[in-house]
Design a protein around this ligand. Structure first.
Ligand SMILES: Cc1cc2nc3c(=O)[nH]c(=O)nc-3n(C[C@H](O)[C@H](O)[C@H](O)COP(=O)(O)OP(=O)(O)OC[C@H]3O[C@@H](n4cnc5c(N)ncnc54)[C@H](O)[C@@H]3O)c2cc1C
Length: 394
């Protein structure tokens, strides 16, 4: 076992939250630890829809916060929602300045699309359904080019080191070959993502199993709403786990949910298909459970435009032998996002001194019982950056 003393924040996880924190920790030295190569085994790279932010002239942070509260079933903390939505534009602009190639409108502004439970088009996309990989690739390139960041791509968090007062002083990191290093640091930032890998069928990389959450609990950190797991209503049902996702933006473009007889699952009104995810997921689950089946019909709304408008969904369908230009896509609800998590403020501080939590493993009060679509990349970037700065001061 090696004993290593690191001078700045030790950041566990290399998704959007962890790398945003690492970039903003400068000039403090940040050590980022992930069990796999950056861009692998993280949800950030799999995000399809995009990042929610009040970007259009008709929109505002207040409206975005209102929609966030509406989707959260009465359990969103209004101040947290405001703290998040007020940072929408600056987060998108920061990511764009790192090279994230957001889709633009004719005037050069950010083009935005509609997703469920948003009252206005508000989701900044990249290349149709390639937002996560494109955004994270830009952030990874910036992190690799930053001299204050060291990255271990063979390290798995195995334990937290605490002193006699309970303050977190470092972490046990298992390296390739099974060696465990003791890494001491002034602050440990958990950015370990969600819990989908614990479920039978998930849209998450299966390596995401809530290990950071469990170890934070073991260290005495307060945990909020661990039972609040969001099921995505339109995982593509072709017997795969992780299940490929048919992004909500398809319904934003007019695709409809139908049963095996062609009847609309949520009624005639197209807006009903864009209800909050818990409502739509229950309808999909009920239709499958009683044998009617559930399908997403994008043949009219997207049709021939599929290959260039939604290339990731198109290729996932084609790999399964299904042409979504002409056939409805069979869908099922699958474990997708963890609203619950390690209690943290909007700078990532948990209830344990020296321990921070950001991104999906944290519970900052912005999601309540149901996350508003595309708010999680925003949270990972916006609060991740703030946590990086705060942890660097420890
Ligand atoms: C298919 C899909 C589509 C999505 N689409 C969208 C979307 O359009 N918009 C949106 O806002 N959100 C979307 N989400 C949700 C969003 O992608 C995530 O909530 C967000 O990316 C989480 O970022 P993160 O940095 O917290 O975690 P992640 O990006 O998941 O990163 C977690 C990191 O922690 C590492 N890790 C885990 N355990 C350990 C351990 N024990 N030791 C060391 N490292 C560890 C992982 O390897 C990884 O590097 C989607 C999610 C999925 C799965």
């Amino acid at each position: 076992m090696a004993r290593i003393r690191h001078e700045g924040p030790l950041i566990i996880g290399g998704g959007l939250a962890g790398l945003s924190a690492a970039l903003e920790a400068a000039p403090a030295k940040a050590l980022v630890v992930t069990p796999d190569l950056l861009l692998n085994a993280c949800s950030s790279a799999w995000a399809q829809g995009g990042l929610a932010a009040a970007l259009s002239p008709r929109d505002s942070a207040v409206l975005h916060a209102k929609d966030t509260e509406g989707a959260g079933a009465g359990l969103v903390e209004p101040e947290a929602a405001r703290a998040l939505t007020e940072r929408g534009r600056e987060t998108v602009e920061w990511l764009a300045s790192l090279g994230a190639p957001f889709d633009r409108d004719e005037a050069g502004g950010f083009s935005v699309s509609l997703e469920a439970a948003h009252s206005l088009p508000r989701v900044a996309r990249v290349g149709g359904d390639g937002a996560g990989r494109a955004i994270l690739s830009a952030v990874v390139a910036a992190a690799r080019a930053s001299s204050h960041i060291e990255i271990w791509e063979d390290g798995r968090l195995r334990g937290l080191i605490q002193d006699a007062d309970g303050r977190v002083r470092g972490a046990l990191i298992e390296r390739a070959g099974g060696r465990v290093d003791e890494v001491f640091a002034p602050a440990v930032v958990l950015a370990t993502g969600g819990v989908g890998g614990l479920y039978e069928v998930t849209t998450n990389p299966s390596a995401l199993r809530g290990e950071g959450l469990a170890l934070a609990y073991g260290a005495g950190a307060e945990i909020l709403d661990p039972e609040f797991v969001q099921f995505h209503p339109t995982a593509i049902d072709v017997g795969l786990d992780p299940a490929p996702l048919a992004t909500e933006a398809l319904r934003g473009e007019g695709a409809r949910l139908i049963d095996g007889t062609g009847a609309y699952l949520l009624g005639e009104d197209a807006d009903a298909d864009l209800a909050p995810r818990d409502i739509v997921a229950r309808a999909v689950h009920a239709a499958r459970a009683d044998g009617r089946g559930a399908f997403l019909d994008a043949t009219k709304a997207v049709g021939e435009a599929f290959p260039h408008e939604f290339p990731a969904v198109f290729s996932a369908c084609m790999r399964a032998g299904l042409d979504p230009r002409v056939s409805p896509i069979p869908v099922a609800a699958a474990a997708h996002y963890h609203m619950g998590g390690i209690v943290a403020d909007d700078e990532g501080r948990t209830t344990v001194p020296g321990l921070y939590a950001i991104g999906e493993c944290a519970a900052t009060g912005v999601h309540g019982a149901n996350r508003l679509a595309s708010n999680s990349l925003l949270e990972a970037g916006a609060f991740g950056r703030r946590a990086g700065r705060a942890a660097a001061q420890e």
